[in-house]
Design a protein around this ligand. Structure first.
Ligand code: IPD
Ligand code: CA
Ligand code: CA
Ligand code: CA
Length: 251
């Protein structure tokens, strides 16, 4: 897994200062760059050379299905809009699922030289050093992070309503532009909590395991145990989880 993450990270560094092709996907600002595609290609090559039969689910190519009970869930660049604009808050994110359970996760931001890794039951690390979520239990003094969807859909939980509640409480809230990094920064205690309304499996597969293994709590908005196939996510240090859950649900 780490070889694959490294291969993707190298591509991000090579392309970062451009020039590279950029095009739109589901909406004008839902971008994909040449670097997303090349990073994905490099990552899949590394995985396929070692495990030709494994199932792959990756943002730009979709599913490369197989009968294998091992599935690699890949985001070749999480934070593409940042990347396309030269903002170095972006990463490669790779999660490995076995029999439907996430067992390994790695998130690598080559621009900050930060590699987050977690193995189910064995804890989480940042550059090989163990990490822990924050200890803050005071919701009125916590630092939150969130993200917004590319496309406004009335049917989604309304992100503006939740945002308004937080701002009215005077709580500091950030929007980095990379869900995988948001999760890792909860895991290492920089943020106390993260919430987002509409993620895809590749955004959160690695990051949610990293938060859990760092002692945090990850659920959907209803408090159910999280799976990366759910759309809503709440990831916290555990202490403020109920308070954040109540807030997103307007209780
Ligand atoms: C996006 C980022 C962003 C989140 C979006 C994601 P991408 O992923 O994680 O923070 O708000 O929902 O789609 O497109 O940069 O891989
Ligand atoms: Ca994308
Ligand atoms: Ca993503
Ligand atoms: Ca992506």
């Amino acid at each position: 897994m780490l070889k694959a993450t490294e291969a993707g990270g190298k591509i991000l560094q090579q392309y970062f200062n451009g020039p590279f092709e950029v095009s739109s996907k589901s909406s004008l600002n839902d971008l994909v760059t040449e670097a997303d595609k090349q990073s994905e290609k490099a990552i899949i090559e590394v995985i396929h050379s070692a495990f030709p039969d494994h199932f792959i689910l990756s943002e730009e190519v979709g599913a490369i299905a197989s009968e294998s009970n091992i599935k690699w869930i890949i985001d070749p660049i999480d934070g593409t809009v940042n990347f396309a604009n030269g903002v170095p808050i972006c990463c490669v994110s790779i999660g490995v699922e076995k029999d439907g359970e996430m067992i390994l996760g790695a998130v690598y931001n080559p621009f900050m030289n930060e590699l987050f890794v977690a193995e189910k039951g064995k804890g989480a690390t940042l550059n090989d050093k163990p990490i822990q979520v924050s200890k803050n239990g005071n919701f009125n003094q916590c630092l939150l992070v969130t993200g917004f969807p590319y496309k406004w859909e009335e049917s989604l939980n309304n992100p503006m309503v939740v945002f308004e509640r937080i701002i009215k409480m005077g709580l500091p809230v950030r929007r980095l532009g990379s869900a995988a990094i948001d999760l890792c920064w909860v895991a290492c205690g920089r943020f106390d909590g993260f919430y987002e309304h509409h993620l895809q499996a590749w955004d959160s597969a690695a990051g949610f395991l990293i938060v859990e293994e760092a002692g945090g709590k990850v659920t959907d908005y209803n408090g159910n145990r999280y799976s990366p196939y759910q759309k809503t996510i709440l990831a916290t240090n555990g202490h403020i989880h109920q308070a954040l859950q109540d807030l997103v649900n307007g209780k």
